[in-house]
Design a protein around this ligand. Structure first.
Ligand SMILES: [Zn+2]
Length: 184
């Protein structure tokens, strides 16, 4: 049973030569098939070009820019966000939440927090999408549940409920009624 999702942190050094990446360096992130999941490795450009890819072909790879992680300020206690919910669902490995995880990922892509880097289809026709977190460089491997249009509304409603602490502007609780204008 292949792992449905995972988050893998970026390495700060090249997997081959162990040299530390510098800020804004162009490097290569790669995922290798390593059942039951994937293993991530990051390479400097020189080592990537010298690599024997025929011997251990990557499952997926792309060029990316290494960014030194920002100094993390102490996080204030926050309401659940799409990102915190997504991380929680992946960490807790909720098997029945594939559509929710996928919708959250799409939301974060629209917010430019995640960037899609690659899409793969395996022999069982499973579609996986590889997303890179723009700030932390983490890779999110997400299984695409191939939602049908008619299911979309249900899943979106479910996501909105899970993010209940943050009502959307359209779900405004002060509903004007006809009587209000004449009340005063
Ligand atoms: Zn290297």
């Amino acid at each position: 049973m292949p792992q449905e999702w995972s988050i893998q942190s970026r390495g700060n050094t090249c997997q081959s030569c162990q040299r530390g990446f510098h800020d804004q360096e162009e490097c290569v992130s790669a995922l290798f098939d390593d059942p039951p999941g994937f293993t991530r490795a990051d390479f400097c450009q020189t080592c990537w070009e010298k690599r024997d890819t025929a011997n251990t072909p990557p499952f997926s790879y792309w060029k990316t820019t290494f960014r030194l992680p920002p100094e993390a300020p102490p996080e204030p206690l926050q309401k659940e966000t799409a990102e915190s919910l997504l991380r929680r669902l992946i960490e807790e490995d909720h098997k029945n939440q594939t559509p929710v995880v996928y919708i959250l990922t799409i939301m974060l892509e629209r917010k430019k927090i995640l960037t899609e880097k690659d899409v793969t289809v395996d022999q069982e026709d499973t579609v996986r999408r590889m997303y890179e977190h723009r700030k932390t460089g983490e890779i999110f491997v997400i299984t695409d549940p191939r939602l049908q249009v008619e299911d979309l509304e249900d899943v979106q409603r479910q996501v909105a409920e899970m993010l209940g602490a943050q009502p959307s502007p359209s779900a405004n609780t002060t509903v004007p009624t006809n009587g209000d204008e004449n009340a005063a």
